[in-house]
Design a protein around this ligand. Sequence first.
Ligand SMILES: NC(=O)c1ccc[n+]([C@@H]2O[C@H](COP(=O)([O-])OP(=O)(O)OC[C@H]3O[C@@H](n4cnc5c(N)ncnc54)[C@H](OP(=O)(O)O)[C@@H]3O)[C@@H](O)[C@H]2O)c1
Length: 327
Amino acid sequence: MQAVTASGAGGPDVLNVVTLPRPVAGPGQILVRVHAAGINRPDVMQREGNYPPPPGASDILGLEMAGVVEALGDGASRFAVGDRVMALVPSGGYGEWCAVHETNALPVPEGVSMIEAAAIPETFFTVWSNVFQRAGLKKGETILIHGGTSGIGTATILLAKALGCRVIVTCGSDEKCAAAKGNGADVAINYKTSDFVKEARTATDGKGPDVILDMVGGDYMQRNIEAVAIDGRIAQIAFQKPAKAEMNMLQLLTKRLTWTGSTLRARPVEMKAELCRALAENVLPLLAKGIARPVIDSTYPLSDVRGAHARMDSGGHVGKIVLTMTQ
Ligand SMILES: NC(=O)c1ccc[n+]([C@@H]2O[C@H](COP(=O)([O-])OP(=O)(O)OC[C@H]3O[C@@H](n4cnc5c(N)ncnc54)[C@H](OP(=O)(O)O)[C@@H]3O)[C@@H](O)[C@H]2O)c1
């Protein structure tokens, strides 16, 4: 089969479409004929040599994919051959076939395209886990999302709005602010021309957002603590700026804050299965009703994976970039 691996660490030109043996469904796994695979910032980090696959995972890139079940491994019984599925994988999404444990896959609701489905698992699982489970965002609360037009940010806007929350985002340009508002954000702050701490507090009548989703780190860590409401929660999912910062943590106590962080990829199959069940209960119905559909920036054929990564490197995208396979 055709699949994408990296010949070294570097820019998009280290990515190559190579011919590899088709994977086989192991015990409890399903073999999926992949129709589309989502691209995520962690794929770029892997390509740059900064995010190796966890032990036992293949060196084929890709953390999510959607396709049709083609074979069942021993003991696999949740899906039938021919079912449309989307799945979270520790690696291997950028290939024409992919084997995944059946508990880490979800059915693709009717009306959701394979391209949309491929754009769901990594971002929606991350957001559900960090924003709703760990940071406990509830109906009627306000969330501040950094990176409002990112794959993660667009998914957070959709889910937070669908569940009755108010949404403030930060973006790096007025065009991205307009795009985020077009996708449902109530308030968009251009962090290059405004102070997000001041703007977020003004937009909440001085109270501050109840939850902040941060993928930036660096000086944002101190500023988040200043911006967030009393009893607020901060979910840290990445450090695009340094993970180290000198900080005054006093407000962690005086504001009774909760600061949580996690990564998704390294979690064991069982933890992802638990999350899959939560998504099936809480998010699949929203997808099925058309209330929350992922924002697709662009699609590229597998053969142009370098073009797809160059698009992500440019930072110009709004929502998800998706690879499509020739069927
Ligand atoms: N912990 C986990 O389990 C997990 C899982 C998936 C992804 N992630 C992380 O989540 C982040 C988003 O992933 P993605 O795939 O959605 O990536 P993406 O679409 O490329 O988004 C990256 C976003 O970061 C923003 N950004 C970059 N530098 C910034 C800065 N200095 N200040 C403010 N915003 C900045 C960009 O916004 P502007 O262009 O507007 O600046 C962009 O919207 C990545 O850092 C990724 O590693 C974590």
